[in-house]
Design a protein around this ligand. Structure first.
Ligand code: XIL
Length: 388
């Protein structure tokens, strides 16, 4: 944990200890005006950011926001709790639910007229120890009961306040995993317990979520699903199967964690369109573009330009697909990015530096949004804007 996070954790712990952290506490109306990306976006496109630590929202006062809070409120119209609605945060022990972090994000969003993406209900990662332990002996019936209680309780708690839920996250393996592209019946404790018929469990997870909040749009979400490839072919087949079974699957989320170490897959737009043609909403859910950095930790000018080009292409594809109405960046600024902690030697992944300086990536996106927005919805696809 770097010092930035440490100080936030210490501050948050002090607030919890002093009893000031009231779950779901109402916040005063916002005084923060939309600006930048949010202000320039077409009305039918949400521009989102992941919030790493909801603790940074403790004590939010719209009249005197911290710089982070001001940027978060003004530049984005959608928020995703980066960790606070995951199993290990929100359901740390059997029968124990902790909504404090998620409630902070939802309250902040409400005060600033933002929507929220809920993340996530069925995943192989960031599960609490009790799930990992208990799952070793679960029958499918037991696993189903635990998952249903979780979905009923969490989705029910936020009923009416979540625009999109990532119901199932990263449920397919990759080509390079043992066994190739197939459902994660090895790592996901719920799919493992129900490995006889994992699709039935996935379908029921969507049904339970829909019953708990009929207004939330329900998503499959994953990484490495940007282009047309073996993994997206598997998702395409699964989506068709679920839809044919009447499952309330309504969206396909592309995380889009890109790296300049790899090429850009130009089949992105066609891939998004084929899922849209199934009747699904499309979201880019966790966008970042990490940069392999040298000894000095600084990107080259060429890398900065290449990064801007990647962001431009991601956003451009979203603007070109009518059903893509949500574009979320996985963090606000480089001091609040998961990248350096997870990808050794890479960083500089977000459109703002740690002191909120706007990078070329930010500028090109803003221009693109501006060009796509001749004042009103519906948006105009890139290159299609008519001269006034
Ligand atoms: C990451 C968070 O950004 C980190 O803070 C956390 O330590 C690990 O998880 N795919 C997902 C996200 O769906 O939930 C992950 O978020 C990044 C990859």
């Amino acid at each position: 944990m770097n010092t930035h996070w440490k100080s936030i954790a210490v501050r948050a712990a002090a607030v919890v200890a002093s009893g000031l952290l009231v779950a779901g506490a109402a916040l005063p109306a916002s005084a923060v005006k939309p600006d930048g990306l949010r202000a320039d976006a077409p009305k039918d496109l949400k521009i989102g950011a992941a919030v790493w630590g909801a603790k940074e929202l403790v004590g939010y006062d719209p009249k005197s926001p911290t710089e982070f809070q001001r940027v978060l409120a003004s530049e984005y119209s959608s928020l995703t709790p980066e960790n606070d609605m995951k199993w290990d945060s929100i359901h740390p022990a059997p029968g124990v639910y902790n909504f404090s972090g998620g409630d902070l994000v939802v309250s902040f969003a409400k005060a600033n007229h933002q929507v929220v993406r809920g993340h996530t209900l069925l995943w192989h990662s960031q599960n609490p120890q009790w799930v990992t332990d208990a799952s070793k002996t679960w029958t499918c019936t037991e696993a189903r009961l635990v998952l249903k209680d979780h979905i009923d309780t969490v989705v029910g708690h936020y009923k009416g306040q979540i625009q999109q839920w990532d119901v199932a996250n990263e449920i397919f393996q990759d080509t390079w995993d043992q066994g190739g592209v197939r459902l994660r019946t090895d790592k996901n404790p719920f799919l493992k317990a129900c490995s006889q018929d994992p699709v039935a469990l996935i379908g029921d997870a969507f049904r339970w979520a829909h019953a708990a909040d009929p207004g939330a749009v329900l998503f499959l979400n994953d990484y490495n699903v940007e282009g047309i490839n073996a993994k997206t072919n598997a998702y395409y087949a699964l989506a068709k199967e679920l839809l044919a079974d009447g499952v309330p699957l309504q969206g396909f989320g592309l995380q889009a964690h890109l790296s300049l170490a790899y090429g850009f897959d130009d089949s992105l737009q066609a891939n998004m369109q084929r899922f849209a043609d199934l009747g699904l909403e499309i979201s880019l859910t966790e966008v970042d573009v990490r940069v392999p950095l040298g000894e000095d930790g600084e990107p080259s000018q060429q890398q900065v330009a290449e990064q801007a080009d990647r962001y431009q292409r991601l956003l451009g594809a979203c603007l070109a697909v009518e059903q893509c109405q949500s574009f979320t960046i996985w963090g606000v600024d480089d001091s609040r990015s998961w990248v350096p902690d997870v990808f050794a030697g890479e960083g500089y992944a977000l459109p703002m530096t740690g002191d909120f300086a706007r990078k070329p990536a930010y500028q090109v996106m803003r221009q693109l949004l501006h060009d796509a927005t001749p004042g009103n919805s519906p948006r105009v696809a890139p290159g299609q804007r008519k001269a006034k």
